[in-house]
Ligand binder design. Sequence first.
Ligand SMILES: [Zn+2]
Length: 226
Amino acid sequence: MKHSIDHLLEGFKRFQHQHFGDDGGIFDTLRDGQHPSTLVIGCCDSRVHPPMLMDSAPGDVFTVRNVANLVPPNEPDNPHASVAAALEFAVLSLEVQHVIVLGHSSCGGIRALMQRSTLPDSALGRWLRIAEPARRFVCTHHAGVSQEKQLALAERAAVLVSLENLLSYPWVAERVQQCTLTLHGWYFDMHSGSLWGYDTDARQFLPLVCPLERAREAHRRTMIAA
Ligand SMILES: [Zn+2]
């Protein structure tokens, strides 16, 4: 059965009342330009909407979304120019001060990558090959763990691949070196409702925002049941 999109129009009306009502709103200051401080590179996944996750207002975050939140490496004839173009605009024109690569649990893109035999010979298949180093890392160093564990490890490893690829753009590397731009690797765990960040000193993901106690208990019960 085909679903209606009426609820999306109703949603826009609520947005309209909130931001374009009698009292004016945030777009009074935004309509002439944007000055976001942060670029977020997130997944297309409908459950992982970066501005919603961060409860941020319009104008706060410049967002790029693609399958599995990947950044392609800088290459002379980059076949994936869309992400590079957005990155170039955010860094060179908007002069963002932070770039966050936001990975997440239960990522369908990374799952397809890990089950490589199911990767189509298509745009999607070629795109996911950007994260091939993550798959290789997990298969080499974590061959003995369960598929679900491998998937979670690959989701995190793919964030690190993207962070490394970010540095292949000379104007990114230069600004990172000058400390005018900071790169962040984040991971949203939708099972526990927590947010993790890659700590370069500890060389691992550490909690940025711990799960709420209720979610922690429910997650623990799920793990025991599994
Ligand atoms: Zn995803």
